[in-house]
Design a protein around this ligand. Structure first.
Ligand SMILES: [Zn+2]
Length: 73
């Protein structure tokens, strides 16, 4: 009986551990999705040279790194 309790204990521990890992994975995946959503707002498309570029800040006007023309959202 002691051996069986030990196996059950290990199994419970493993299931609990897997649940924690799954929860952490879900949370990290959600945060990654949120990051992608924020990044999309920082993507700029140049209307002059059709160049796609990124900015680190959310601005109303940005300068294209390729043709140096101003782009407005
Ligand atoms: Zn451009």
């Amino acid at each position: 009986m002691i051996k069986l309790d030990f196996v059950v204990g290990i199994s419970m521990y493993l299931v609990l551990f897997l649940c924690i890992v799954f929860c952490v994975w879900l949370i990290s995946r959600k945060e990654k999705d949120r990051g992608v959503y924020l990044d999309e707002r920082l993507v700029w498309f140049c209307t002059v040279c059709a160049y796609t570029y990124f900015t680190s800040r959310q601005e109303a006007i940005s300068v294209c790194p390729r043709c140096s023309s101003y782009n407005k959202k």
